[in-house]
Design a protein around this ligand. Structure first.
Ligand SMILES: Cc1cc2nc3c(=O)[nH]c(=O)nc-3n(C[C@H](O)[C@H](O)[C@H](O)COP(=O)(O)OP(=O)(O)OC[C@H]3O[C@@H](n4cnc5c(N)ncnc54)[C@H](O)[C@@H]3O)c2cc1C
Length: 353
């Protein structure tokens, strides 16, 4: 018999865990209350895979766990990861901010006006100094979520969209709860950090990589996407309110975008939105085991960056616990999906039923 796992939540956490488990031969079903995958914070993410930049305000674990993320996404979804690095800049009056950022991070090189022009011609002549984090990457979270879901379906994973909050879990050997900010109030210490963003469209600005604009009050980033779209983010507000963006935040994000490049003044505002980042006090994700149920939450501002590493960890824990509890029996496993998606040497998972 095959290990059957129910995953609650089709955000980046649930989908990456589904991918890892299905790759090892488990039979996986995903229950999602929204009508599509990425119904929560994952939909609003910038998609930056930027562990060196994030280290500026995050613990070392974010760098050690996150540095392999681009490789994971590349292997899972070839063609989705853009490895052009990250540019960090400040207006000339705030150069001290740039030095402070450099002192708190590793993995960057200094650029002057000329080299900024070489690396990012769209910003030619606008900034005197920049930090370039060459090894960082980014992806479009919405495209990645949709592609991952499509791949999972091809691998035999069954999705239940519009599912009830308590979608029945009878018959499953394990339940993995990846419900993000919806678990606030149930998961001890879990809180929400509201992130507001907008999407601008303009053919007048060309960027090849995420650009972070340091500012003492509202640090901003702009991530280029297809079709002349730019994701502009993001506020960090201690709140679990997922309601519409405030007028103040629109003004501050647009002001910062305008400071990066005045052509953003003529851009069309395609979308505004807000997502609630689920966070624990240390702003690091946690895996909690409660008998059959494994709770995976607290990705804060690092869901796309840290989910691959956490998904591997969760899968290893499920395999280890099932092997300890149930005698594995080679005859009891079926290929859960076509062979081209299978791991070359898949671990077999013992079944409980
Ligand atoms: C503006 C913004 C920018 C960000 N930028 C980045 C970035 O550049 N890089 C990065 O790595 N991270 C970024 N993040 C953080 C990242 O988006 C989150 O860490 C990540 O989305 C959390 O993923 P999750 O799967 O845990 O939660 P979610 O994405 O919220 O998914 C939880 C899912 O569970 C579903 N659900 C809830 N209750 C139930 C239930 N009972 N049963 C079934 N389903 C349920 C919800 O509908 C939802 O789809 C950003 C976040 C925001 C808001």
């Amino acid at each position: 018999m095959i290990m059957r796992v129910l995953i609650r939540g089709a955000g980046v956490a649930g989908l990456t865990i589904a991918h890892e488990l299905a790759s090892k031969g488990a039979e996986v079903e995903v229950a999602e209350t929204a009508a599509r995958a990425g119904g929560g914070a994952s939909w609003f993410a910038g998609g930056m895979l930027a562990p060196w930049c994030e280290r500026e305000s995050a613990p070392e674990a974010v760098l050690t766990l996150g540095r392999g993320a681009a490789d994971w996404w590349d292997a899972a979804l070839p063609g989705h990861v853009v490895r052009n690095g990250t540019l960090v800049i400040t207006p000339p009056r705030d150069t001290a901010e740039l030095a402070r950022f450099a002192a708190r991070t590793t993995g960057s090189e200094w650029l002057d006006t000329e080299s900024i022009e070489t690396v990012e011609p769209g910003l030619a002549g606008r900034f005197r100094k920049a930090l370039f984090f060459r090894d960082e990457a980014h992806l479009d979270p919405r495209r990645a979520i949709a592609a991952l879901q499509e791949k999972l379906v091809a691998m035999g994973v069954c999705f239940h969209f519009g599912a009830a909050l308590d979608f029945p879990d009878a018959g499953f050997d394990r339940i993995v709860d990846c419900t993000g900010a919806c678990a606030i109030g149930e998961a001890t210490d879990l809180r929400g950090v509201r992130g507001e963003m907008l999407i601008l469209e303009t053919p007048e600005v060309r960027l090849s990589r995420p650009v972070r604009l340091l500012h003492p009050r509202i640090p901003l980033y702009i991530v280029p996407r297809e079709n002349n779209h730019f994701m502009v983010g993001a506020t960090m507000i201690e709140s679990d309110d997922s309601g519409p963006i405030s007028a103040r935040s629109v003004m501050e994000l647009l002001n910062a975008a305008y400071a990066l490049h005045p052509a953003f003044g003529e851009a069309r505002v395609i979308e505004t939105g807000a997502g609630v980042r689920p966070a624990y006090p240390d702003n690091l994700p946690r895996i909690g085991v409660d008998d059959r149920v494994i709770h995976v939450n607290g990705f804060y501002r690092h869901g796309f960056l840290l989910a691959p590493s956490v998904a591997k960890d969760v899968t290893a824990q499920i395999i280890a616990s099932s092997k300890a509890k149930f005698a594995p029996s080679a005859g009891l496993f079926k290929p859960a999906f076509p062979t081209e998606h299978r791991n070359a040497n898949p671990l077999e998972i013992g079944a409980s039923r």
